[in-house]
Design a protein around this ligand. Structure first.
Ligand code: ZN
Length: 331
C-alpha cells in the first residue's frame, strides 16, 4: 500500500469537496456568504373536501408570563413546573395568530382576519399573504368573526372603511348584544379596568362601520349549504363562536380562542387566561368541547395555537394533549 500523500490527495480532490480548514491552507480566498434578509413562510395550504384552505400567520405576539396571565392563581406554581417539564419558556406566553381563509367556486371566506392591514409590519400579514395567493379584498364574499377582540376584528376594517367591501360579515347576536349593552359586564374577568372604555368604544365604532354588511346569527346557523356551521362557545366573550367546516365527508372545527396555549389549557382545561370575560363559563365550555371532540377525533384549527394551528385534542392522563398535525406538501 502506498503511503498517504496529503498534497497529492488534495490536488486530486474536486474543488467542491475541499474542506474549509484545508481551503485556508491552499491560500485561496473565499468570499463571505451573503446573508439575505428573508421571512419564514406565513402561508400553509391544505384542503377540506372540495374547499381550498389556507392557514395564514398574521404575526406573532407574546403575552406576559403565566404567573401574571393565568388563573387560578394558586395553580401558577404547577403551571410553571408543567412548562418546565416540556422545556417551554416560563417567562412569557408565545401567542400565534392564525387566520383561516377558505376558497371554493366563487367564494372566498375569511375567518377572524387578524389585526388589520394598518398594523403592518408587526401584524397584518394576512394582507401580504393575499398578494402572494392572488386574492383581492374585493373578492372576499364572507367574513366570520368569532369575537370582537382586536386580533380578530381588527382586520375587518381599514381606517373607517370595511376591509372587505363585498363580504357578508357573520357574528353571533350574543356578541353584538354584549358590546352594545349600556354597560358591558366585565365583573367576571381580570381585564385591566383602565383599558375597558377604549375597548368598548373601539368595538362599537368598528361594528358601526360594518353594520350595512353584518348578519347577526344564532348558534347552529348553517351557511353555504352546510359548509360552515356557527357554534356558540361562550366564556372567552359572551358571544364567542366556533366554526364547523365540512365538505365531501371531511371536516374541520375552528375553535377560535377556546385555547391560548398548546400545553397549559390542555394539561388542565380549568386553567384560564385572564383575558377571558367569564372564567367559569370559559372553563366549562372548554371541558365540554375537549370531551366531545377528543372522542370524535375531530380535526381542529386553533387561532392561537402554533402555526398553522392544525391538530387534534386527545385525552392524556387526567387532562388532554394537543397533537399537532404533520405538515404535508403533497396535497
Ligand atoms: Zn385572540
Amino acid at each position: 500500500m502506498k503511503p498517504f500523500n496529503r498534497r497529492a490527495f488534495l490536488a486530486a480532490m474536486p474543488a467542491a469537496l475541499a474542506l474549509p480548514s484545508l481551503a485556508a491552507e491552499s491560500n485561496s480566498s473565499t468570499a463571505e456568504p451573503v446573508i439575505k434578509p428573508m421571512k419564514n413562510s406565513i402561508i400553509y395550504r391544505f384542503s377540506i373536501g372540495d374547499i381550498e384552505a389556507f392557514s395564514i400567520s398574521d404575526g406573532t405576539l407574546r403575552f406576559g408570563p403565566p404567573d401574571k396571565m393565568m388563573y387560578p392563581e394558586d395553580q401558577r406554581p404547577l403551571m410553571k413546573t408543567t412548562l418546565e417539564h416540556e422545556s417551554e419558556p416560563t417567562d412569557g406566553i408565545p401567542c400565534y395568530i392564525n387566520v383561516l381563509v377558505l376558497r371554493w367556486g366563487k367564494e372566498v371566506v375569511v375567518i377572524d382576519p387578524g389585526f388589520g392591514a394598518g398594523s403592518r409590519p408587526r401584524f397584518g400579514w394576512l394582507f401580504d399573504a393575499f398578494e402572494q395567493i392572488g386574492i383581492k379584498n374585493e373578492q372576499v364574499t364572507a367574513a366570520f368573526l368569532s369575537h370582537a377582540h382586536i386580533d380578530h376584528i381588527g382586520g375587518l376594517v381599514n381606517g373607517n372603511k370595511p376591509a372587505f367591501p363585498n363580504a357578508a360579515v357573520y357574528v353571533l347576536q350574543d356578541e353584538l348584544d354584549f358590546w352594545f349593552t349600556k354597560e358591558p359586564d366585565f365583573s367576571q374577568s381580570h381585564r385591566n379596568p383602565a383599558e375597558l372604555p377604549g375597548l368598548i368604544k373601539g368595538n362599537r365604532e368598528k361594528f358601526e362601520i360594518l353594520k350595512p354588511q353584518t348578519h347577526a346569527m344564532k348558534s347552529g346557523a348553517s351557511l353555504f349549504d352546510g359548509r360552515i356551521i356557527i357554534e356558540a362557545a361562550p366564556g372567552h366573550t359572551a358571544g364567542h363562536a366556533m366554526f364547523r367546516i365540512s365538505s365531501k365527508g371531511e371536516s374541520l372545527l375552528h375553535i377560535a380562542d377556546l385555547v391560548h396555549h398548546w400545553i397549559l389549557m390542555f394539561h388542565d382545561p380549568s386553567w384560564l387566561i385572564g383575558l377571558d370575560h367569564n372564567l367559569a363559563i370559559s372553563a366549562r365550555t372548554r371541558k365540554k368541547v375537549f370531551e366531545n371532540e377528543s372522542a370524535a377525533h375531530t380535526r381542529l384549527f386553533g387561532f392561537h395555537l402554533p402555526w398553522p394551528g392544525l391538530g387534534r385534542v386527545a385525552q392524556f392522563g387526567t387532562g388532554y394533549r394537543w397533537l399537532p398535525e404533520a405538515l404535508r406538501w403533497d396535497k
